[in-house]
Design a protein around this ligand. Sequence first.
Ligand code: SAH
Ligand code: SF4
Ligand code: F3S
Length: 457
Amino acid sequence: MTNKYYSVKPVLDTKLRQVFIETYGCQMNVNDSEVVLAILQQSGYSLCNSIKEADLILINTCSIRDNAETRIWGRLDIFRLEKLRRKGIIVGILGCMAERLKDELLKHPAVDIVAGPDSYRELPSLLNDLTGGSKQINTMLSHEETYADISPVRMDKNGVSSFISIMRGCNNMCSYCVVPYVRGAERSRDPNSIVREAQDLFESGYREVTLLGQNVDSFHWADPDNPTNTVNFAQLLEMVALIDPKLRVRFSTSHPKDMGHAVLYTMAMYQNICNHIHLPVQSGSDAMLEKMNRKYTRAEYLDRVAMIHKILPECSISTDIIAGFSGETAADHEDTLSIMREVGYYTAFMFQYSERPNTKAARHYPDDIAPEVKNERLNEIIKLQNELSLASNIADLGKVVEVLVEGYSKRSKEELVGRTSQNKVCIFPAGEHKVGDYVMVKVETCSSATLKGTEVK
Ligand code: SAH
Ligand code: SF4
Ligand code: F3S
């Protein structure tokens, strides 16, 4: 937004109406909350740090698993108490759960406003219309909305790394997943607005951007004035990488069925595109992958991994895994453990399958793995991943890595913490360095979660 309220960081002013924003779910939601703050700043709100100071409490929600939603119902009960204590405050529910549950949420005594992921521009008018006393809801999904013209107001703590949404929605219909229902159809954002946003961040001192989409490899933009002029994900990556060699570029999430050679060659060409790919496998069993509608086989997934290693020998790979999907046998579970070993993920997000209402899986495949079995399998997966993470870190001992400093270590102000190109956390003695610096560090010790070392000059 190019007006006097434009700013990368929140404008804090206690004389204005105060908004508190609480965010759950994925990085997309983090970025959406920043878009929401930009919109609200335009209509005279200022960010505050606690519900106790807020005139407006917003909760940006996630529906991906049942426990994500349970947590949010619990928060609404707390907000209700705050409303009883302080008359006149407003509570709005945003995000994926707003989209999924609509009126059911509006009935909660704490809730005044329900706004889905594509309705954030309407927030000021929903707030306005509240003055009539009736609750307000807008959960229309859009085929076009990308918030391309809105510069998110960054709420991160470090001022070094930030998220940029490059697309919204998802067309993939993995059978277990609620995202296509709550986020709508996939649409890509104008690449020029993406580059402008990354450039602004760089000029404000940021040194890393993560390009976000549910399936970045299917990014596709056609110029409305000249539809033969198109941009794909590899081209977009290059456009962002060219902003400045000192701006690190990351992206998430890659879909194994769509990730092609061009992206890998582009990564190889630009040293500032980080050597890390998040490549969710979900399961190592062909039967499960088929039922999940992931559209790749175990062998095809492993081919992608081999291609990554060939083109980018230094690239780290992380993943997402679901334990206990419908009909998963002990042998299917073993297949997941074996693919984990075969790939040697440096880290993973690991979940028990949670049936989501109205998805294809909920309609056709029974949620038939007992909770104890899901739990046991998940624990085995986590235990194995800890071993793999440790092995991956041990392999880095003695190497010199480039660390982008994000802050001070939790234990000591004498130590800085940052990440390597491979996305590994690395701690080292601060010396003269500060947040935002690039430092070459020799790795000397490690745990499964962190590398530790000292600067090499
Ligand atoms: N678009 C990304 C993932 C988005 S959701 C992709 O396709 O990889 C993030 C992760 O949550 C998924 O990768 C999956 O591992 C997990 N997840 C999604 N739905 C789930 C469900 N119903 N139960 C458990 N985990 C789920
Ligand atoms: Fe969900 Fe699959 Fe889309 Fe990822 S690709 S958001 S798992 S439907
Ligand atoms: Fe993200 Fe959760 Fe929505 S993972 S897209 S916030 S359902």
